[in-house]
Design a protein around this ligand. Structure first.
Ligand code: GUN
Length: 290
């Protein structure tokens, strides 16, 4: 193996410690404890695990969290009503509605009702717009965390080519915006892109966010490239469940300069950035009111 592993687990722990210190200072100076409301609708087991991890991190960082668990048959009107109440609650600085939502609920409608200034997921169209024109706002947690990891190993992206595989609103598009702000030359690739391996071989920074297990192989990667694996896929190996990324770690680590592992790469950074967005939200409110 030639690549150096980017230890997202350790970097996220460092970030959480820094957030905890800043939250303690905020409490001391202003009497404010950043509050995150997490809304879980239904009983999807994966969502329940994600929410539990988010609540645990909130407590570790000295932030306050309130969990709202609603049954799977909750109506859209009831969920919209809850979001409205959380928008109006001054003790809430961040609102996260865990996705996916049950079929009877229009997720765009719910996400669109969240106050953009409490939208710590960064999914509201106003925050997507702010990011695309370079205004301060909330950046979705996974791209924000991925960018922090890239900054650690390649802080100057001027003259570099970044390829983002995946064009989702949650990862691919905001990731491309962040890389562009950092002066990279950015290509967004997707399922209809011609010669994807050839394109990837031109990337100095390669971000894989497609949800296809082990898709990116060693011969897709430029020697020395920084490879960020956003994928979290559960596959069966010898009859046992295993978590793997969108990157075939074994072959890519023979070629890349730096690589994130799965697990313990981007995943912990996503949660740490949710804490960071919640802290930022409280800090912005304090600044606006003083
Ligand atoms: N479901 C899977 N990932 C996420 C996320 O980052 N935010 C929300 N709200 N739901 C998710």
């Amino acid at each position: 193996m030639v690549a150096e592993i980017i230890d997202g687990f350790a970097i996220a722990a460092e970030l959480r410690r820094d957030i905890a210190a800043r939250a303690a200072e905020m409490k001391e100076a202003y009497g404010v404890v950043p509050g995150l409301a997490v809304v879980l609708v239904g009983d999807d087991p994966a969502s329940a695990v994600y929410v539990r991890n988010k609540l645990k991190a909130t407590a570790e960082c000295g932030l306050r969290s309130v969990e709202h668990v609603l049954p799977a048959n909750t109506s859209e009107a009831d969920l919209l009503d809850l979001v409205g109440k959380l928008n109006a609650d001054p003790s809430v600085h961040g609102i996260l509605v865990q996705l996916p939502l049950p079929k009877q609920i229009d997720a765009d409608k719910v996400l669109g009702l969240i106050d953009p200034d409490k939208d710590v997921d960064g999914f509201h169209p106003v925050n997507a717009g702010r990011l695309s024109i370079g205004l301060p706002g909330f950046v979705p947690c996974t791209p924000r965390g991925s960018q922090i990891l890239i900054d650690r190993v390649l802080p100057n992206l001027a003259g570099k080519h970044a390829v983002v595989i995946g064009r989702s609103n949650i990862v691919g598009k905001p990731m491309a915006q962040l890389l562009l702000q950092k002066n990279a030359t950015v290509t967004i690739a997707h399922s209809k892109t011609a010669d994807l391996p050839g394109l990837c071989r031109t990337a100095d920074v390669l971000v894989a966010a497609v949800g296809r297990p082990l898709m990116v192989k060693g011969d897709w990667v430029k020697p020395g490239a920084v490879v960020i694996d956003v994928g979290i896929n559960r596959i069966e190996v010898d009859g046992k469940g295993k978590l793997v990324g969108d990157v075939d770690f074994a072959s890519v680590a023979e070629v890349a300069g730096h690589i994130t592992p799965v697990p313990k790469g981007v995943g912990p950074m996503t949660i740490a950035c949710l804490m960071l967005n919640t802290l930022d939200s409280a800090a912005r409110r304090i600044a606006a009111e003083s």
